[in-house]
Every structure is written in C-alpha cells, then in structure tokens.
Write a protein that binds this ligand. Sequence first.
Ligand code: SF4
Ligand code: SF4
Length: 461
Amino acid sequence: MVNGYTMNKEQLIAAAKKAGVVGAGGAGFPTAVKLNANPEYIVINGAECEPLLKVDQSLAEASSESLIEGLNLLVETLGAKEGIFALKAKYYGAVKALNKAAENFPTISIKSLGNYYPLGDEQILIYEVLGRIVAEGGLPLGRGAIVVNVESLMNLRAAAIDDRAVVEKYLTVTGEINKPATYKVPVGLSVREIIEASGGAKIKDLAVINGGPMMGSLIEDLNSPITKTTKGLIVLDRSHPLISSKSRSLTQMMRQARTACCHCYYCTDLCPRYLLGHRLYPDKVMRLSSYATMGEKGDSEFIGTEANPGPSQVFLCCECGLCELVCVMGLQPWRLNRELKARLGPEAAKAFKKLEPQKVNPFREFRRYPIPKLINKLGLESYDKLSAPLTDYPSQAKKVTLLLKQSLGTPSIAQVKLGDRVKKGEVVATPPQGSLGSIIHSSIDGKVEQVLSDRIVVTAD
Ligand code: SF4
Ligand code: SF4
C-alpha cells in the first residue's frame, strides 16, 4: 500500500502499458510484460556501472522516498517476498537516503555493490545480489527475480498512482561540455538542443556517444532525438581513442584480428559471462571466424555441439565490451559476436541448447574489473571528475520528434494526423494489436507538424 493506495497485478500491468513504461536504459523492454510474473524477489538495478553516467544515483538520492514507496507497491502487488534496491556502496548519499526511506518497510532492503564493471547486466546483478546463476540465455525470472531499472520504477510509480505517462527522460550530459549536468528533459528533444542548453561543447570537432562509454553507440546526426531509453550524452573530441574504437568497421577489425590475435585467452579469462559459468569463449569465436567462414546460414562448421557450443555461444554475449578493453591487441570480440548474432538469426538463437551452470568460475572474485582501472584505460579520468549534478533543464522545448520505435518490439502506429492539436501526455501512437511495443505520448502541448513512417513531429504552442 502506498499512501493508502492499493491495486492488483492486472491494474498495475494495465497502468504500465497505458503509460508506455519501458526499461529506461538499454533495449527498452516493455515493463508491463515483465510485471506479468510471480517473482520471489524484485531487484532494483541501481548499479549504474558505466562511468560518467549519474542518472540512477542522482534519482536514488533525490527521490529515495518515492522510489522505496514504489518498490513497496511492486512487492505487495506482485506478492514478492522481498524488494532489494541494489546500488554501488560508493554512491554514499543515495545509499544513506535509501536506507532511511526504507526504515519502516520490513520487506525492503538495500544491497551495496562493489565498484566493478559490468554490474548492471541483469545476469551479473542477480548473481551479485542473490548468489543465483541465471541459466545460459535465461531470464532472472528463472531464478525467482525480476529486475527493474531505477527510472523505470519511478515511471511505474507515477503511472500507477498519478496516472502519468512517460513523456520525460533523465539523462547525463558530460564530457567536453561547458556545463555538465543531469537533466529531466521532454522525450523527443534533439541532441543538438540539449548540448546547446548545457552551455555548448568546448570543442569544434565533436563526437557524441549515446549512453555510457562502454556500451553506448556513436550518434551520427546531432539533430536526432532522444528517446525513452537515452541515458547519457558524452561529448568527446573526434580524435579521442574511444571514438576511434567505436568508428572502426567490422571488416577493419577482422582484418587486424587475422594477423594480430595471438590467442592469448585474456578476453575469455575476463569475460563476465564466462566467469558466471556460461560457455562463452570470445577467443575461440575470434579464432573460428579468422580461419573459417562467418556464419552464413547452413554452414556446417557453424553448428556447435553441447561440449563446444561453436559460434552459437555468441548468443550468450551481453556486449559489455570488456573483451576489447582487456585485449592486448585492441581487438573487438564483442563486435564480432554482435555480427554473428545477426547472421545466425533468431532461429539459431532458439535452437541453441542452453545449459544451467551449477557454479561460477573459481577465480571470478579476483577477475572482476575495477572501475578506476576501466576509466584509466578508456582515457576518461578528467571527465570522471566532473560532477554533472541533477539540475532543472534550462530551456523550453520548441519542437519534439517522437520516434515510433522507442522500445523492444514492433514500432508503434501513429494515431494522429497532420495539423492535430495534442496535449502533453496525450497518446500519439500505439503498437499494433497483440504485439510487443510501447504506447507513445506527446511530451509537449502543440501541433502535429509531421507524421512520417518512423516519427511524429510536434511543435510547441
Ligand atoms: S584478448 Fe585479443 S589477442 Fe587475446 S585471444 Fe582475445 S582477441 Fe585474441
Ligand atoms: S562483450 Fe566480450 S566480455 Fe562482454 S560478455 Fe561479450 S564476450 Fe564477454
């Protein structure tokens, strides 16, 4: 019960769906689907293990009471045994605020995590928090838990209690920027506009990463809009090694791999999924692809066995990028894995026999990758010192571009037409009946200026 407010599971799922709540980072899994479960544990993912991003830790500190109330609502509504808010011990302010807010909630606890990368990966998080190993290619629910992102929890609470749709997004703007900050901005603002509102870039030849330095991707067009899953904008000089690494093509990398991969095994030794006991061996995938073909459909060399899963093991990769960081030759096994996933296709992913490891690698504890070392290797020390505090967004949106695909699943279909007037929070697009996706709402009051196959543009009144 929250402030005398109760609801059942069906009502909670309906509220999440109506409000368009999705995972607020990563692929944007629709939260309503995740809630259709009977978990033993609800784990809030506040690990925020990517350097420079400050959204979850800032929210956990500034909105600790609402978040704990929201978590309590989830625990009660889904009938879970416990709600666990997991975040790094080094987020002192947030840990303190959450512990205080949770004082009167006996079924809620705060779990402090170490300062390692990656921790936010759901499979790693479940092991760190519950000591349970998620099956290869499995979901945390298979181990009795669902994992919800901090901002998604906030949105879920707003949807359930205030009937509020997801129309705003928290993100950190940092790097070569005059005023680094963490803002709440309307969904659909352009990257360029947000950079300008942050005092502009300090450099001329800039490149921007969407998300964290490890898993984020390069933004090709600064006029592109932010979505419900944008977590950060990192502005760097185009000559920064991180930008060069993200700009390298797969062909270039594979050409280098054929001559430079010395099969040292470091990428496997440090791979967090391998260390969980999963049969993922990035060095072997590199070797296979360097000397064999690249997983064309029907290629018999690419059909694995139980003992050696062959290239199907790429479906176990979470693309955390750690293998690149530890590779003595600067190669990118994760990039090859991503390509092979696409080439092998969803049928191969389904056909791949997943196993349930019984124990983690005995050296796992000693091979976790410390964040200070990661920051140093990435050449981000000077940016790590920037504070990027939670700040009111200093500008008004004049126009928003609402992409019709902002979550995992099928793109939504426009429900408005050119010239329609819309209010903030009004539905502008819905996913096709019965498909996975999320409802899109207007993030400002205004007039529909464009309806295209992939977006709706609204100009402010
Ligand atoms: S760490 Fe690099 S060089 Fe060593 S096996 Fe892996 S890809 Fe090859
Ligand atoms: S990206 Fe590399 S280190 Fe990370 S899970 Fe995949 S293979 Fe392992």
